[in-house]
Design a protein around this ligand. Sequence first.
Ligand code: EPU
Length: 337
Amino acid sequence: MNILENVSLKSYNTFGIEVKARYFVECWHVHQICDAVHWQKTNNLPLLILGGGSNVLFTQDFEGLVLKISLLGKEIIREDDENVWLKVQAGENWNTLVEYCVARNWGGIENLTLIPGTVGAAPMQNIGAYGVELQEVFEYLEAFDVASGTIYRFNKKDCKFGYRESIFKNELKNRFIILTVVLKLSKKPTLNFSYADVEKFLKERHIEPSVQSISEAVRQIRIEKLPNPAEIGNAGSFFKNPYISKKHYEYLKQNYPNLPAYPLNENTYKVPAAWLIEQAGWKGYREGNAGVHHRQALVLINTGNAQGKEIWQLAQKIKKSVEEQFGIVLQTEVNVY
Ligand code: EPU
Protein backbone atom coordinates (compact mmCIF):
# COMPACT_ATOMS: atom_id res chain seq x y z
CA MET A 1 0.00 0.00 0.00
CA ASN A 2 1.40 3.34 -1.06
CA ILE A 3 -0.06 6.07 1.12
CA LEU A 4 1.06 9.49 -0.06
CA GLU A 5 1.04 12.67 2.02
CA ASN A 6 -0.13 16.20 1.20
CA VAL A 7 -1.30 15.38 -2.29
CA SER A 8 -2.87 18.03 -4.52
CA LEU A 9 -6.38 17.04 -5.60
CA LYS A 10 -6.48 19.51 -8.50
CA SER A 11 -6.21 16.81 -11.16
CA TYR A 12 -8.66 14.57 -9.27
CA ASN A 13 -11.67 16.90 -9.43
CA THR A 14 -13.22 18.21 -12.64
CA PHE A 15 -13.83 21.62 -11.04
CA GLY A 16 -10.02 21.85 -11.00
CA ILE A 17 -9.95 23.14 -7.40
CA GLU A 18 -6.53 23.22 -5.75
CA VAL A 19 -6.86 21.58 -2.32
CA LYS A 20 -4.70 19.03 -0.57
CA ALA A 21 -5.46 15.62 0.84
CA ARG A 22 -3.52 14.97 4.07
CA TYR A 23 -3.25 11.33 2.94
CA PHE A 24 -4.01 9.82 -0.45
CA VAL A 25 -4.03 6.29 -1.78
CA GLU A 26 -5.01 4.88 -5.16
CA CYS A 27 -6.45 1.36 -5.14
CA TRP A 28 -6.38 -0.99 -8.15
CA HIS A 29 -7.35 -4.11 -6.18
CA VAL A 30 -9.90 -4.90 -3.51
CA HIS A 31 -7.19 -6.05 -1.08
CA GLN A 32 -5.67 -2.55 -1.30
CA ILE A 33 -9.04 -1.08 -0.36
CA CYS A 34 -9.17 -3.45 2.67
CA ASP A 35 -5.69 -2.39 3.75
CA ALA A 36 -6.37 1.31 3.23
CA VAL A 37 -9.61 1.24 5.21
CA HIS A 38 -7.89 -0.72 7.99
CA TRP A 39 -5.11 1.90 8.10
CA GLN A 40 -7.61 4.79 8.11
CA LYS A 41 -9.51 3.21 11.02
CA THR A 42 -6.36 2.47 12.99
CA ASN A 43 -5.34 6.11 12.61
CA ASN A 44 -8.85 7.35 13.31
CA LEU A 45 -9.02 9.53 10.21
CA PRO A 46 -11.96 10.70 8.09
CA LEU A 47 -12.34 8.83 4.79
CA LEU A 48 -13.29 10.21 1.40
CA ILE A 49 -13.96 7.92 -1.55
CA LEU A 50 -13.16 9.40 -4.92
CA GLY A 51 -14.15 8.13 -8.36
CA GLY A 52 -13.71 10.49 -11.30
CA GLY A 53 -14.16 13.58 -9.10
CA SER A 54 -16.79 14.88 -11.51
CA ASN A 55 -19.49 15.56 -8.95
CA VAL A 56 -17.58 17.15 -6.07
CA LEU A 57 -16.72 20.64 -4.96
CA PHE A 58 -13.80 20.88 -2.53
CA THR A 59 -13.99 23.99 -0.34
CA GLN A 60 -11.06 23.12 1.93
CA ASP A 61 -8.13 20.73 2.36
CA PHE A 62 -9.19 17.22 3.41
CA GLU A 63 -7.60 16.26 6.71
CA GLY A 64 -8.04 12.53 6.29
CA LEU A 65 -7.48 9.74 3.77
CA VAL A 66 -8.67 10.15 0.19
CA LEU A 67 -9.12 6.76 -1.41
CA LYS A 68 -9.16 6.86 -5.19
CA ILE A 69 -10.92 3.86 -6.70
CA SER A 70 -9.14 2.55 -9.79
CA LEU A 71 -10.48 -1.03 -10.03
CA LEU A 72 -10.50 -1.92 -13.72
CA GLY A 73 -12.05 -4.57 -15.94
CA LYS A 74 -15.34 -5.84 -17.27
CA GLU A 75 -16.79 -9.25 -18.09
CA ILE A 76 -19.94 -10.75 -19.53
CA ILE A 77 -21.42 -12.83 -16.75
CA ARG A 78 -24.51 -13.98 -18.64
CA GLU A 79 -25.89 -13.73 -22.14
CA ASP A 80 -28.96 -14.88 -24.06
CA ASP A 81 -30.65 -13.90 -27.35
CA GLU A 82 -32.07 -10.73 -25.86
CA ASN A 83 -29.64 -9.46 -23.26
CA VAL A 84 -26.10 -9.20 -22.02
CA TRP A 85 -25.27 -8.91 -18.33
CA LEU A 86 -22.04 -7.01 -17.97
CA LYS A 87 -20.11 -6.82 -14.71
CA VAL A 88 -17.96 -3.69 -14.64
CA GLN A 89 -15.34 -2.67 -12.08
CA ALA A 90 -15.99 0.61 -10.29
CA GLY A 91 -12.92 2.47 -11.57
CA GLU A 92 -13.77 2.10 -15.25
CA ASN A 93 -14.54 5.35 -17.05
CA TRP A 94 -18.29 5.66 -17.63
CA ASN A 95 -18.13 7.06 -21.16
CA THR A 96 -15.59 4.45 -22.29
CA LEU A 97 -18.10 1.84 -21.14
CA VAL A 98 -20.87 3.56 -23.11
CA GLU A 99 -18.71 3.57 -26.25
CA TYR A 100 -17.90 -0.12 -25.73
CA CYS A 101 -21.61 -1.01 -25.51
CA VAL A 102 -22.66 1.26 -28.39
CA ALA A 103 -19.98 -0.30 -30.65
CA ARG A 104 -21.53 -3.74 -29.94
CA ASN A 105 -25.07 -2.46 -30.46
CA TRP A 106 -26.01 -3.27 -26.87
CA GLY A 107 -28.72 -0.81 -25.99
CA GLY A 108 -29.58 0.83 -22.69
CA ILE A 109 -26.95 3.43 -21.90
CA GLU A 110 -26.56 5.27 -25.22
CA ASN A 111 -28.50 8.26 -23.84
CA LEU A 112 -25.90 8.48 -21.06
CA THR A 113 -23.07 9.18 -23.51
CA LEU A 114 -20.35 11.59 -22.36
CA ILE A 115 -21.40 11.75 -18.72
CA PRO A 116 -18.11 12.27 -16.91
CA GLY A 117 -17.05 10.06 -14.01
CA THR A 118 -16.57 6.42 -13.17
CA VAL A 119 -18.83 3.39 -13.22
CA GLY A 120 -18.77 3.11 -9.42
CA ALA A 121 -20.08 6.64 -9.03
CA ALA A 122 -22.96 6.09 -11.46
CA PRO A 123 -25.32 4.34 -9.00
CA MET A 124 -24.44 6.76 -6.18
CA GLN A 125 -26.57 9.43 -7.78
CA ASN A 126 -28.44 7.32 -10.31
CA ILE A 127 -26.95 9.26 -13.22
CA GLY A 128 -29.43 10.35 -15.83
CA ALA A 129 -29.69 12.30 -19.04
CA TYR A 130 -31.90 12.68 -22.10
CA GLY A 131 -34.78 10.64 -20.72
CA VAL A 132 -32.83 7.69 -19.28
CA GLU A 133 -31.57 6.89 -15.80
CA LEU A 134 -29.02 4.31 -14.74
CA GLN A 135 -31.63 2.40 -12.73
CA GLU A 136 -33.29 1.28 -15.98
CA VAL A 137 -30.34 -0.99 -16.85
CA PHE A 138 -29.12 -1.66 -13.33
CA GLU A 139 -29.12 -5.28 -12.09
CA TYR A 140 -27.03 -5.26 -8.92
CA LEU A 141 -23.81 -3.98 -7.42
CA GLU A 142 -21.23 -5.25 -4.96
CA ALA A 143 -19.96 -2.96 -2.26
CA PHE A 144 -17.44 -3.10 0.54
CA ASP A 145 -18.79 -2.35 4.00
CA VAL A 146 -16.32 0.04 5.62
CA ALA A 147 -17.47 -0.93 9.13
CA SER A 148 -17.22 -4.72 8.84
CA GLY A 149 -14.97 -5.30 5.82
CA THR A 150 -17.64 -7.56 4.29
CA ILE A 151 -18.70 -7.39 0.65
CA TYR A 152 -22.47 -7.13 0.13
CA ARG A 153 -24.68 -7.36 -2.92
CA PHE A 154 -27.30 -4.64 -3.46
CA ASN A 155 -30.16 -5.36 -5.84
CA LYS A 156 -32.06 -2.54 -7.52
CA LYS A 157 -34.66 -2.31 -4.74
CA ASP A 158 -31.94 -2.14 -2.06
CA CYS A 159 -30.38 0.90 -3.73
CA LYS A 160 -33.53 3.05 -3.29
CA PHE A 161 -32.91 4.92 -6.53
CA GLY A 162 -34.62 8.26 -7.07
CA TYR A 163 -33.98 11.37 -9.11
CA ARG A 164 -30.18 11.80 -8.64
CA GLU A 165 -30.54 9.80 -5.42
CA SER A 166 -29.69 6.42 -3.95
CA ILE A 167 -29.27 4.89 -0.52
CA PHE A 168 -25.52 5.55 -0.85
CA LYS A 169 -26.12 9.32 -0.86
CA ASN A 170 -28.48 9.09 2.10
CA GLU A 171 -28.85 6.42 4.83
CA LEU A 172 -25.64 4.65 3.85
CA LYS A 173 -23.56 7.72 3.08
CA ASN A 174 -19.84 6.94 3.55
CA ARG A 175 -20.70 3.40 4.71
CA PHE A 176 -20.02 1.46 1.49
CA ILE A 177 -17.43 1.49 -1.27
CA ILE A 178 -18.91 0.36 -4.57
CA LEU A 179 -16.66 -2.25 -6.18
CA THR A 180 -18.56 -3.59 -9.19
CA VAL A 181 -21.76 -2.77 -11.04
CA VAL A 182 -23.78 -5.24 -13.13
CA LEU A 183 -25.79 -3.81 -16.03
CA LYS A 184 -28.37 -5.60 -18.13
CA LEU A 185 -28.02 -4.40 -21.71
CA SER A 186 -30.32 -5.23 -24.57
CA LYS A 187 -29.53 -6.77 -27.94
CA LYS A 188 -33.02 -5.74 -29.10
CA PRO A 189 -33.21 -2.34 -27.48
CA THR A 190 -36.22 -0.12 -27.04
CA LEU A 191 -34.82 3.23 -28.06
CA ASN A 192 -35.60 6.40 -26.18
CA PHE A 193 -35.45 9.54 -28.30
CA SER A 194 -38.36 11.31 -26.68
CA TYR A 195 -36.21 14.07 -25.18
CA ALA A 196 -36.94 17.17 -27.30
CA ASP A 197 -33.30 17.97 -28.13
CA VAL A 198 -32.53 14.40 -29.25
CA GLU A 199 -35.69 14.10 -31.34
CA LYS A 200 -34.98 17.45 -33.01
CA PHE A 201 -31.37 16.51 -33.73
CA LEU A 202 -32.37 13.28 -35.50
CA LYS A 203 -35.34 14.77 -37.37
CA GLU A 204 -33.41 17.76 -38.71
CA ARG A 205 -30.75 15.47 -40.13
CA HIS A 206 -33.18 12.76 -41.31
CA ILE A 207 -31.32 10.20 -39.22
CA GLU A 208 -33.02 6.95 -38.19
CA PRO A 209 -32.90 6.39 -34.44
CA SER A 210 -30.48 3.62 -33.45
CA VAL A 211 -28.19 2.91 -30.52
CA GLN A 212 -25.36 4.55 -32.47
CA SER A 213 -27.27 7.57 -33.78
CA ILE A 214 -28.77 8.40 -30.38
CA SER A 215 -25.34 8.17 -28.77
CA GLU A 216 -23.96 10.48 -31.45
CA ALA A 217 -26.87 12.92 -31.05
CA VAL A 218 -26.36 13.08 -27.27
CA ARG A 219 -22.62 13.51 -27.77
CA GLN A 220 -23.10 16.49 -30.08
CA ILE A 221 -25.83 18.09 -27.95
CA ARG A 222 -23.64 17.84 -24.87
CA ILE A 223 -20.57 19.22 -26.64
CA GLU A 224 -22.65 22.13 -27.89
CA LYS A 225 -24.22 23.01 -24.53
CA LEU A 226 -21.96 21.86 -21.75
CA PRO A 227 -18.42 23.03 -21.04
CA ASN A 228 -15.73 20.36 -21.35
CA PRO A 229 -14.22 19.93 -17.86
CA ALA A 230 -10.81 19.43 -19.46
CA GLU A 231 -11.04 23.06 -20.65
CA ILE A 232 -13.28 24.82 -18.11
CA GLY A 233 -13.56 23.41 -14.59
CA ASN A 234 -17.12 22.34 -13.73
CA ALA A 235 -19.13 19.47 -12.25
CA GLY A 236 -22.14 19.42 -14.59
CA SER A 237 -25.44 20.52 -13.11
CA PHE A 238 -24.73 22.18 -9.79
CA PHE A 239 -28.32 22.02 -8.51
CA LYS A 240 -31.11 19.50 -8.94
CA ASN A 241 -34.24 20.41 -10.86
CA PRO A 242 -36.76 21.22 -8.13
CA TYR A 243 -40.20 19.67 -7.64
CA ILE A 244 -43.00 22.07 -6.80
CA SER A 245 -46.69 21.63 -5.99
CA LYS A 246 -49.38 22.20 -8.62
CA LYS A 247 -50.64 25.14 -6.57
CA HIS A 248 -47.19 26.73 -6.54
CA TYR A 249 -46.81 26.09 -10.27
CA GLU A 250 -50.17 27.71 -11.08
CA TYR A 251 -49.31 30.71 -8.93
CA LEU A 252 -45.94 31.21 -10.67
CA LYS A 253 -47.46 30.66 -14.11
CA GLN A 254 -49.58 33.80 -13.63
CA ASN A 255 -46.45 35.94 -13.34
CA TYR A 256 -44.24 33.85 -15.62
CA PRO A 257 -46.37 32.50 -18.46
CA ASN A 258 -43.28 30.97 -20.13
CA LEU A 259 -42.30 28.91 -17.08
CA PRO A 260 -41.40 25.44 -18.42
CA ALA A 261 -42.57 22.59 -16.20
CA TYR A 262 -43.12 18.84 -16.48
CA PRO A 263 -46.01 17.27 -14.56
CA LEU A 264 -44.78 14.27 -12.55
CA ASN A 265 -48.17 13.42 -11.06
CA GLU A 266 -51.47 15.18 -10.33
CA ASN A 267 -49.91 17.32 -7.68
CA THR A 268 -46.25 17.75 -8.57
CA TYR A 269 -44.33 19.57 -11.28
CA LYS A 270 -40.62 19.46 -12.07
CA VAL A 271 -39.19 22.85 -13.04
CA PRO A 272 -35.80 23.37 -14.78
CA ALA A 273 -33.44 25.01 -12.30
CA ALA A 274 -31.53 26.39 -15.31
CA TRP A 275 -34.58 28.42 -16.31
CA LEU A 276 -35.03 29.84 -12.79
CA ILE A 277 -31.35 30.76 -12.59
CA GLU A 278 -31.40 32.37 -16.01
CA GLN A 279 -34.54 34.37 -15.16
CA ALA A 280 -32.88 35.54 -11.97
CA GLY A 281 -30.20 37.07 -14.21
CA TRP A 282 -27.24 34.80 -13.51
CA LYS A 283 -26.52 33.24 -16.89
CA GLY A 284 -22.99 34.14 -18.02
CA TYR A 285 -22.32 35.97 -14.71
CA ARG A 286 -18.73 36.18 -13.43
CA GLU A 287 -17.48 36.90 -9.93
CA GLY A 288 -13.75 36.62 -9.44
CA ASN A 289 -12.80 33.19 -10.71
CA ALA A 290 -16.25 31.70 -10.36
CA GLY A 291 -19.02 31.95 -12.89
CA VAL A 292 -22.22 30.66 -14.45
CA HIS A 293 -21.85 29.10 -17.87
CA HIS A 294 -23.13 31.26 -20.74
CA ARG A 295 -24.95 28.40 -22.51
CA GLN A 296 -26.22 26.38 -19.53
CA ALA A 297 -27.20 28.36 -16.44
CA LEU A 298 -27.23 25.24 -14.25
CA VAL A 299 -23.49 24.75 -14.66
CA LEU A 300 -21.17 26.70 -12.37
CA ILE A 301 -17.63 27.09 -13.67
CA ASN A 302 -14.12 27.71 -12.48
CA THR A 303 -12.87 30.38 -14.85
CA GLY A 304 -9.29 29.88 -13.63
CA ASN A 305 -7.74 29.01 -10.28
CA ALA A 306 -10.96 29.55 -8.34
CA GLN A 307 -11.08 28.43 -4.75
CA GLY A 308 -13.90 26.08 -3.88
CA LYS A 309 -15.21 28.70 -1.45
CA GLU A 310 -15.67 31.22 -4.27
CA ILE A 311 -17.81 28.75 -6.23
CA TRP A 312 -19.74 27.86 -3.09
CA GLN A 313 -20.39 31.52 -2.23
CA LEU A 314 -21.68 32.17 -5.73
CA ALA A 315 -23.93 29.11 -5.44
CA GLN A 316 -25.37 30.48 -2.19
CA LYS A 317 -26.12 33.86 -3.82
CA ILE A 318 -27.87 32.12 -6.71
CA LYS A 319 -29.85 29.96 -4.33
CA LYS A 320 -30.95 32.98 -2.28
CA SER A 321 -32.03 35.00 -5.29
CA VAL A 322 -34.01 32.09 -6.80
CA GLU A 323 -35.73 31.60 -3.46
CA GLU A 324 -36.58 35.30 -3.20
CA GLN A 325 -37.91 35.53 -6.74
CA PHE A 326 -39.74 32.21 -7.06
CA GLY A 327 -40.13 30.85 -3.52
CA ILE A 328 -38.21 27.73 -4.61
CA VAL A 329 -35.30 26.39 -2.56
CA LEU A 330 -32.72 24.81 -4.86
CA GLN A 331 -30.92 21.71 -3.66
CA THR A 332 -27.28 21.09 -4.46
CA GLU A 333 -26.63 18.13 -6.74
CA VAL A 334 -22.85 18.23 -6.34
CA ASN A 335 -21.24 16.78 -3.19
CA VAL A 336 -19.56 19.54 -1.21
CA TYR A 337 -16.59 18.92 1.11
N1 EPU B 1 -32.91 26.18 -19.71
C1 EPU B 1 -32.86 27.54 -19.52
N2 EPU B 1 -31.63 28.14 -19.51
C2 EPU B 1 -30.49 27.47 -19.69
C3 EPU B 1 -30.53 26.08 -19.91
C4 EPU B 1 -31.76 25.46 -19.90
O1 EPU B 1 -33.88 28.20 -19.36
O2 EPU B 1 -29.43 28.10 -19.63
C5 EPU B 1 -34.22 25.51 -19.63
C6 EPU B 1 -34.84 25.22 -20.96
O3 EPU B 1 -36.24 25.43 -20.83
C7 EPU B 1 -34.58 23.74 -21.16
C8 EPU B 1 -34.63 23.23 -19.74
O4 EPU B 1 -34.08 24.29 -18.96
O5 EPU B 1 -35.55 23.15 -21.95
C9 EPU B 1 -33.86 21.95 -19.51
O6 EPU B 1 -32.51 22.16 -19.92
P1 EPU B 1 -31.57 20.91 -20.34
O7 EPU B 1 -32.29 20.06 -21.33
O8 EPU B 1 -30.26 21.47 -20.73
O9 EPU B 1 -31.49 20.05 -19.02
P2 EPU B 1 -31.28 20.42 -17.48
O10 EPU B 1 -32.57 20.26 -16.78
O11 EPU B 1 -30.60 21.73 -17.33
C10 EPU B 1 -30.78 17.93 -16.88
C11 EPU B 1 -29.76 17.19 -16.08
C12 EPU B 1 -28.46 17.06 -16.86
C13 EPU B 1 -28.76 16.31 -18.15
C14 EPU B 1 -29.82 17.08 -18.94
C15 EPU B 1 -30.27 16.34 -20.18
C16 EPU B 1 -30.26 17.62 -13.75
C17 EPU B 1 -29.87 18.33 -12.50
N3 EPU B 1 -29.52 17.86 -14.82
O12 EPU B 1 -30.28 19.26 -17.05
O13 EPU B 1 -27.54 16.30 -16.09
O14 EPU B 1 -27.58 16.16 -18.94
O15 EPU B 1 -31.00 17.26 -18.11
O16 EPU B 1 -31.06 15.25 -19.79
O17 EPU B 1 -31.23 16.85 -13.73
C18 EPU B 1 -25.82 16.52 -14.45
O18 EPU B 1 -26.55 15.88 -13.69
O19 EPU B 1 -24.70 16.93 -14.08
C19 EPU B 1 -26.30 16.82 -15.79
C20 EPU B 1 -25.57 17.56 -16.65
